[in-house]
Design a protein around this ligand. Structure first.
Ligand code: CDP
Ligand code: CDP
Length: 230
């Protein structure tokens, strides 16, 4: 092979992809790639510029000219720094407004084409843990290890609520989060272009009742097994 290995992690919202992918990357000395942050950044810019979410032409044009930068910090607790066209949007892309619109934006072909191209460019040399919805099926179909992370909607909503409370936000209810998550799952799995689905050769890991460390160890184990096979 002329590139370093790639680990692809896909799954629905709140399954633990970001948290686990970062930890796996840190353990194995690989680069972490958060593709969801890219869809969020574009969504933020569309809202910022007042472009209508169904104006596919304007959105395509914006997707093709925007410059997204991601800078994961070494400290696993601090968020990945995200900028679009030079604006730091690290905090802004996590807002409820962006979260509720991102799946609509991510369903558009032009947006996906532009972002996938960028992701594949970054991944040319390999050596990364990439996380999203279509990594194993579409972005890196030849990834050495493919993981499909799941958990029940209730468990995922509880995790999100805990995250919000940690940030001092307590206005949102667990019922609302369950509804939002279920709606995003529905949109992500039923869209025409690269819907969220398990790749045939992905290993499904149900994380209900597992800690972040336990899930991380499982994935590191699959990776080591795979390398020793090669
Ligand atoms: O962290 P969370 O699961 O809430 O979402 P995310 O990974 O930040 O992704 C936000 C949204 O971007 C998802 O709900 C998808 O609509 C979209 N997305 C996608 O379509 N393809 C990817 N590879 C990553 C994210
Ligand atoms: O990226 P994704 O939306 O799949 O999930 P996340 O943003 O990593 O959020 C998952 C939250 O659940 C984080 O607060 C984790 O600490 C927590 N968690 C987890 O990720 N995995 C577990 N097995 C248990 C808890």
């Amino acid at each position: 092979r002329d590139r370093q290995p790639i680990i692809a992690i896909d799954g629905p919202a709140g399954a633990g992809k970001s948290t686990v992918a970062r930890q796996v990357a840190a353990k194995l000395g690989l680069v972490y790639l958060d593709t969801g942050a890219m869809y969020r950044a574009i969504t933020w810019l569309i809202l910022q510029e007042g472009i209508a979410l169904d104006d596919e032409c304007a959105i395509a044009e914006l997707a093709n000219r925007c410059v997204i930068e991601l800078a994961p910090s070494q400290d696993l607790q601090s968020p990945v720094q995200v900028s679009i066209n030079g604006r730091d949007v690290t905090q802004a892309i996590r807002s409820l407004e962006v979260t509720s619109q991102v799946s609509t934006v991510a369903a558009q072909t032009a947006v996906r084409q532009a972002l996938v191209k960028q992701q594949q460019n970054w991944g040319k040399k390999g050596g990364l843990v990439a996380e999203g919805r279509d990594i194993g099926t579409h972005v890196f179909p030849d990834a050495e290890v493919k993981i499909f992370l799941t958990a029940s909607v209730q468990e995922r909503a509880r995790r999100r609520l805990k995250d919000f409370k940690k940030q001092g936000q307590s206005t949102v209810s667990v019922e609302q989060l369950e509804k939002d998550i279920a709606e995003r799952d529905r949109k992500d799995s039923t869209r025409k272009v690269s819907p969220l689905k398990k790749a045939p050769d992905a290993i499904e890991v149900n994380t209900d009742g597992l800690s972040v460390n336990e899930v991380t160890e499982k994935i590191v184990g699959y990776y080591q097994q795979r390398l020793s096979r090669d």
